[in-house]
Design a protein around this ligand. Structure first.
Ligand SMILES: [Zn+2]
Ligand SMILES: [Zn+2]
Length: 142
């Protein structure tokens, strides 16, 4: 079980991971260049897979449904894709998902990101935030 081994990267762009590690057997942890730390639970992250098999490229319709994802889904390996994304090999043999750093940072669910997100919705007056661009597919699993 490898995740990106000893991954460290230096980049002027703050939305670039400095470290990608395991938070535990199931969760992926990213420390960003700006010091922000994000923990991604594997199930929501698997459901947020943006690949063509999981999301219809034309209609945007989500094809990966929560009942189809094993409860004990976990990342087997994380590979770096260029300097903009990671690819995750999942324990359900799905390995086509490429998660851009921008997507991952938007999907951060830490307290301060969640608060900032909710604040933005309050300001913009939209009561519900389902479907806004900050949400990954995982919003549908609520
Ligand atoms: Zn996928
Ligand atoms: Zn955050």
């Amino acid at each position: 079980m490898t995740i990106v081994d000893n991954f460290t990267m230096t980049d002027a762009n703050p939305i670039t991971p400095k470290e990608i590690t395991r938070a535990n057997a199931h969760d992926v942890k990213i420390v960003w260049q700006d010091g922000h730390e994000s923990i991604y639970s594997s199930r929501p992250l698997r459901l947020a897979c943006p690949c063509a098999a999981c999301v219809d490229e034309i209609t945007g319709q989500i094809r990966v449904l929560p009942p189809n994802i094993p409860a004990d889904i976990r990342p087997m390996a994380v590979r770096l894709v260029g300097r903009y994304a990671i690819a995750i090999d999942w324990s359900d043999n799905h390995r086509t998902g490429i998660y851009s750093f921008a997507l991952l940072r938007r999907a951060c669910s830490c307290e301060s990101c969640t608060a900032a997100h909710n604040e933005r919705h309050r300001r913009e007056g939209g009561g519900s935030c389902g479907g806004c661009s900050d949400h990954s597919n995982s919003a549908s699993e609520a």
